[in-house]
Ligand binder design. Structure first.
Ligand code: KG4
Ligand code: ZN
Length: 337
């Protein structure tokens, strides 16, 4: 008999609810983004995010149930992101999930947001354990060896900014719109990646740790040098900077991925997170995986970015591994895997 879990996600700037069946069918997935609310502030404002989550969460759950044509009492469990993330949002999600669980008698499972991302390739592509995961988004950047629904080994990650954050900051420096990733990628298509020599931070050091904040500073310096020299930035300059920056990020990520696969060989390399939608990066990672004789899995974009289907799925997997949570389930702003 199949079972259906409700997933609830509110740890950053997306409010989301989804219904997922244990045979991997996504019956409904609702995501209410907050990009417009934060647009004037150049980043996510925690208080604004928390209020928007509190307003939208139960509407998202109702919409998900309506989309699937189901009632709460027809479900088999409730999974909620219990961290890591902005505490206000996580608390709203956890409180709603507890209320729904108490009212319906359904089992409750607290899910780590990072585990949600890391288990997504099993939802989208039904891959087997173990696999190597590169999680690369606006907030995260790490290599995880995934052995089971609750068994993750971190092989390395960024020591400062996440790559998505660097894309967003570079876009801002160059007057491009937010989110910066897609805008920088589009500009880079018209640019020459060899015109500016941007650094490849930490490539000279062993291991899988990465750094991206110096790269952003190098872009700032290059921009200022061009402005001082010629009184402004031409469109071609901007495109060349984007191409050079993107090439540097792709090279760092793919070389560190090569090392991660060497340190911890795995039959499949999987990627997730918003930055994984970058075509240049995908091509570079695909190549690295093929060289290491590993398969390559990149879930569809709507499952790579923040969503609640991944939380419902991780809830099913951790429930099957024996996890149960009660009314004492806490929200953890920090919660390493
Ligand atoms: O996973 P995500 O939706 O949210 C979290 O950070 O959790 O990732 C968003 C990040 C943003 O920083 C955005 O600029 C970046 O992913 N991004 C991209 C691209 N599309 C989105 N970065 C590079 N290239 C892209 N095509
Ligand atoms: Zn995320």
């Amino acid at each position: 008999m199949t079972r259906i879990f409700l997933g609830i996600e509110s740890s950053c700037d997306d409010t989301a609810a989804a219904l997922v069946r244990d045979d991997r069918a996504i019956l409904a997935s609702v995501v209410a983004g907050q990009t417009a609310l934060h647009a004037d502030f150049g980043g996510v404002v925690p208080e604004i995010a928390a209020r928007a989550h509190a307003e939208k969460l139960d509407i998202c759950v109702e919409q998900a149930l309506a989309q699937a044509g189901l009632r709460l009492d027809q479900l088999d469990g409730i999974a909620v992101t219990a961290g890591p993330g902005l505490i206000g949002g996580v608390l709203s999600g956890v409180m709603l999930a507890k209320g729904l669980a108490a009212g319906s008698g359904l089992p409750l499972v607290g899910v780590n947001h990072l585990a949600g991302h890391a288990l997504t390739p099993r939802l989208s592509d039904d891959i087997a354990y173990p696999y190597l995961m590169l999680l690369v988004s606006g907030g995260h950047c790490q290599f995880l060896r995934v052995e089971g629904p609750q068994s993750f080994t971190r092989l390395g990650g960024t020591i400062d900014d996440a790559p998505g954050e660097a894309f967003d900051k570079v876009a801002k420096l160059l007057g491009l719109p937010q989110p910066g990733g897609p805008a920088v990628e589009a500009a880079a298509l018209q640019g020459d990646p060899r015109r500016f020599a941007f650094p490849r931070p930490l490539l000279d050091r062993p291991g899988c740790d990465m750094s991206f904040s110096g790269l952003k500073t190098a872009v700032l310096r290059q921009r200022d040098a061009l402005v001082a020299e010629q009184g402004g930035l031409h469109r071609q300059d901007r495109d060349d900077i984007c191409a050079g920056f993107q090439a540097a990020v792709a090279e760092v990520l793919s070389e560190k991925t090569r090392r991660a696969l060497e340190l911890s060989p795995a039959p499949v390399l999987a990627v997730a997170g918003g930055v994984a939608s970058n075509r240049r990066l995908r091509a570079a990672l695909h190549y690295v995986a093929a060289k290491a004789r590993a398969g390559f899995v990149a879930p569809p974009l709507q499952l790579c970015t923040d969503n609640a289907a991944m939380i419902a799925w991780a809830g099913i997997e951790t429930y099957d591994a024996g996890q149960r949570d009660g009314m004492d389930l806490a929200a953890h702003p920090r919660w390493p895997l």
